[in-house]
Design a protein around this ligand. Sequence first.
Ligand code: KG4
Ligand code: ZN
Length: 347
Amino acid sequence: MRVLGIETSCDDTGVAIFDSDLGLLAHRLYSQTALHAEYGGVVPELASRDHIRKTLPLIRLALQEAGCSPRDLHGIAYTAGPGLAGALLVGASLGRSLAAAWGVPAVGVHHMEGHLLSPMLEPDPPGFPFLALLVSGGHTLLADVQGLGRYTILGESVDDAVGEAFDKTAKLLGLGYPGGPAIAHAARTGVPGRFRFPRPMTDTKKNRGPGPGLDFSFSGLKTAVVTAVRGQAITPQTVADIALAFEEAAVDVLAIKCTRALAETGAQRLVVAGGVSANQRLRERLRGLCEELGMRVYFPRPEFSTDNGAMIAYAGYLRLRAGQREPMSFGARPRWRIEELPAADAG
Ligand code: KG4
Ligand code: ZN
């Protein structure tokens, strides 16, 4: 089965063609970073308009790269949510219209399910079940994954997502957008130990009660950075030192929660995906942790950590193969919990 995937949920236009026998045949990405940079963050209406301009030309390029024509496709997958409403509607309307014109089925993919399954595009992919840490600009989730659509959320952020904390901290430090790569870059020249930030909600005693102690909070970390910045001469070295202390704190929190969730679930595999999983410090830390525990950790290639069309083509292929179809009428779901997805047989 050959599936075209379209991702337009935020500020990246991603298009890819996945073939169940041959693997990934083509993937193209157009990043809107330059467009939004001067505003210090994503401007939703500009994002939608740019997706309108870029998606069809990218689909043409992807078809060329794959050496195939629309007649060779068996289905179209597009990101149906969660994300920016206008941006999602561009992908949904194009995906649904092309499917009708080309006489193939269409399926609307959950953006976080796309991230969740992205390590399966790599050689030696993880099998079910596994523990998943999904870390992006909009979500911080720990999930017990038993199969396709069989997801139980074990913990999530009660305030800012971890990627959002990277972005806000970078803005505070004058490092620009997107913040994650900028913080990671600045942290490379940081002096360890000059600043130390809290590890919010990692104290188990404070988490007793209704929750299992696997929820996250990142807004306090951002406030700690605001306090540190106040009263400092903001030299490039101070920025680097704060960036390093922030990155260490964020990575520590994620690693502590993963350790706890692995112990509680007895999971033997850890899957880490979403934009923040591109972070090298996080990768090294979780690799070390899993090595100590004698278990495997799986990441997408860094290019597929952040938003891309390949993960949507792949998730769409699994959903289409399981018989899912979108009716002719379609919508987009700016808010959509991954637990609401139907369970399906992933083969
Ligand atoms: O998955 P993604 O591309 O889009 C969403 O679904 O949100 O994730 C984007 C987030 C942004 O907050 C960005 O700052 C963060 O991922 N990010 C990183 C890195 N690369 C991207 N955070 C930390 N380190 C990185 N290297
Ligand atoms: Zn994403």
